[in-house]
Design a protein around this ligand. Structure first.
Ligand code: CMX
Length: 434
């Protein structure tokens, strides 16, 4: 089949069986233990979530449905043969577990195009926001404004049977994914281009239309956007945006509400906003040290950042312990398309200098760069210079992962999430210390 929904329906019974077996035969098996340190330390490393679409290995990085990024660059269909992967193919993979054919990926592009119109009231809501409203706040607002059209919320109102939740959740998720490029582009054009919107091009795929509607039509910019939108799609379930979407969705809040919650989390500087922060920080380097600083000067600059009680944005990770393969992938794109671009050279220089210093602090568990250290360079090269907008591009991509998992969560009937919390006194009592 070339129909995504039909392919998803085929994937349901075996997945239901596997979960049933896991619960029935192994429900009492122990996955891990929880220490006091973990409970007060951001729950780091506690295996406590079911997430099917991707899995993160601390050393190797992310695998989407078992496939690494280099494997997917090989296998996922491009807009043209040998081109960058189409995010539509990633959506097919995340949702069905199968690598799609080119025909299947293109049929997802067609399906999304049909749903892509952004209602007039959403444009009005965006236009009513005060100028200077952060693009991520605009994204959350626009998504919440779309919620009035939620098919799941309407079905729930009508008393839909729980075995049928997945279907309106699927429809909402596809509607939302389809509209995100138009919404993101409207935010961009309103904020930086005097509000002059660009119509979608019916011949273009989802990511290319995003670039087009933002006002970028070069082949390079479109290929970059396809890759960008593919690699940011998912990063297992525990990161703030994924977990927030999952948590809110578990209360049966519809996909608009749950994704908006995820985006509110992505807007934090320790998470998605780090791509904006990286660009600001790198510009600070350029301003103070000029275009070609020495290693020595860079080292001093990094130490000054640390001594000022700030993080070096784009470095470190809660789970990863090696260079993020998403960073390596975007670096590969830069090596192919912009090897002599000064900003790329500066970011490469930082790759040589920063990890050493972070290691010397003795406390940073992962001194290596993450995706946010590199994504901005690509955008800058193609003229998308407004870094306050960057997290929106991350967020559009993240919808593919968190909404695919959201569809599965409602299909599998996962319950409301409700971990146990404890007071300091209760913990002390538990360990016999008072
Ligand atoms: N610069 C300076 N200090 C850093 C650091 C960095 N890049 N990364 C970690 N540290 C510090 C932590 O702030 C912490 O310090 P304190 O003990 O004084 O509080 C210490 O090192 C230990 O932290 P950790 O266990 O190594 O890292 P965490 O799991 O707590 O946090 C992360 C992970 C990503 C929030 C952190 O590395 C960080 O703040 N990095 C910079 C921001 C960033 O790039 N975020 C994007 C991550 C990817 C994404 O989600 O998009």
């Amino acid at each position: 089949t070339t129909d995504l929904k039909a392919a998803f329906v085929e994937a349901i019974p075996p997945e239901m069986e596997r979960l049933k077996l896991l619960k029935k035969e192994h429900g009492a098996a122990v996955l891990g233990q929880v220490t006091v340190e973990q409970a007060v330390g951001g729950m780091r490393g506690i295996p406590a979530l079911l997430w099917e679409t991707s899995l993160l290995d601390p050393e190797e990085g992310i695998r989407f449905r078992g496939y690494s990024i280099p494997e997917l660059q090989e296998r996922l269909p491009g807009a043209s043969p040998g081109g960058e992967p189409l995010p539509e193919g990633m959506l097919w993979l995340l949702l069905t577990g199968q690598v799609p054919t080119a025909e299947q990926a293109h049929s997802v592009a067609d399906m999304l195009r049909e749903r892509s119109a952004v209602p007039a009231h959403v444009q009005q809501v965006l236009a009513a926001l005060p100028s200077g409203t952060h693009p991520m706040t605009q994204l959350c607002t626009a998504v919440l404004a779309l919620q009035s059209g939620s098919k799941f919320a309407a079905a729930y109102d009508q008393g839909v049977h729980k075995s049928k939740y997945w279907e309106p959740v699927y429809e909402d998720s596809m509607d939302l994914i389809a509209k995100l490029p138009g919404i993101a582009a409207a935010i961009y054009r309103n904020t930086y281009k005097g509000g002059k919107l660009v119509e979608a091009d019916p011949k273009l795929d989802w990511a290319a239309n995003l670039a087009h509607q933002m006002g970028y039509d070069s082949e390079g910019a479109q290929e970059m956007m396809r890759l960008y939108q593919t690699v940011h799609a998912d990063h297992e379930g525990g990161n703030v945006s994924a977990h927030a979407t999952h948590l809110v969705g578990s209360a049966l809040s519809d996909p608009y509400l749950s994704y908006a919650a995820g985006m509110a989390g992505l807007a934090g500087p320790l998470h998605g906003l780090a791509n904006q922060e990286t660009l600001r920080w790198v510009h600070g380097v350029q301003q103070e040290l000029g275009g070609t600083p020495t290693n020595e000067q860079l080292r001093d600059y990094v130490w000054a950042t640390l001594k000022a009680g700030k993080v070096v944005p784009g470095f470190g990770h809660a789970v990863l312990r090696k260079t993020d393969p998403r960073y390596t992938c975007l670096r590969g794109f830069a090596q192919r398309h912009m090897p002599d671009y000064p900003l790329f050279n500066l970011v490469s220089l930082l790759y040589e200098v920063v990890p050493d210093i972070l290691t010397q602090t003795g406390k940073v568990k992962n001194p290596w760069p993450n995706v946010d250290a590199h994504s901005g360079v690509l955008l800058q090269y193609y003229g998308i210079t407004e870094e306050r907008f960057y997290t929106v591009l991350f967020g559009v991509s993240r919808a593919l992962g968190v909404l695919s998992q959201g569809i599965w969560s409602r299909t599998l009937g996962l319950p409301i999430e409700r971990p146990k919390s404890l007071t300091i006194d209760a913990m002390l009592q538990h360990v016999g210390a008072n």
